[in-house]
Design a protein around this ligand. Sequence first.
Ligand code: PBG
Length: 327
Amino acid sequence: MKFDRHRRLRSSQSMRNMVKETYVHKSDLIYPIFVIEEDNIKNEISSMPGIYQLSLNLLEEELKEAYDLGIRGVMFFGIPNEKDACGTGAFIDDGIIQKATRLSKSKFPDLLVVADTCLCEYTDHGHCGVIDEATSDVDNDKSLELLVKTAVSQAKAGADIIAPSNMMDGFVAEIRAGLDQAGFINMPIMSYGIKYASSFYGPFREAAEGAPSFGDRKTYQMDPSNRLEAFRELESDIKEGCDMMIVKPALSYLDIIRDVRNRSDLPIVAYNVSGEYSMTKAASLNGWIDEEKIVMEQMTSMKRAGADMIITYFAKDICKYLDGGDY
Ligand code: PBG
């Protein structure tokens, strides 16, 4: 025979489906929603067409739509009325996220709420922790105390999963201890331990109004050039007791997702971040690409790289594609 016959298994859609290796399921998806404290606002984010800052009084409608489409995981990002130096809004009982979580759990009990545990949307300087005046850098250990308070208040409000995204050293261990002490021994931690200092977060910072007012996040987020550093982060988070691992961003970091898959048996989450959404949307709105096909190819690539779950602003669209198409 002159050639291997690879094409034998590609001859029809039914044949291709029979040998298909990678699927995207609705149950893989986590949908992020921006919640704003003021009433009656549905404010489209200019760099993220189709994504809104939504008031609490309009949230139920959005949750119902997502739920009816088949989404079973959401994540809330808060835009509080007031910010201060230590991010008090993140850990008070009637904080915006706590309110959104309570509302969601009371209306849709089996919709999982993943709580992003960070201070950057609540600090007036926009950093993920409190600032040490002497160094103008974040004070790791002081920030940890506040992050533990934030996680516990999110758990009390009914969150199902705590996802610390602040990148302080030791955050998984401290949050685990704090949750256990408060009685939440069964609360899973989804760690954002592998989080690169990426420009792909740009549109998110407009959406969540949380850009740092000085400096950048390079002293606590990872250098995009580094791969071995991701292994060190993974190892320490596993030791500290994390239950799931996020790799963020996703599309320029598929190699890292694959590395993490090969090195650990933890469930892996790919965060398909705001800049990835915006670039795809912009090309689609210009008529340059087929949005449905491109989005599904992107999602498939994250699953193929080894992700089990995907946090994505496209979650609702994907549910519609899955209902209508052959994926
Ligand atoms: C931190 C947080 C950020 C994102 C998710 N959680 C911002 C950052 O780390 O700078 C970015 C997500 C995105 O770009 O979609 N609270």
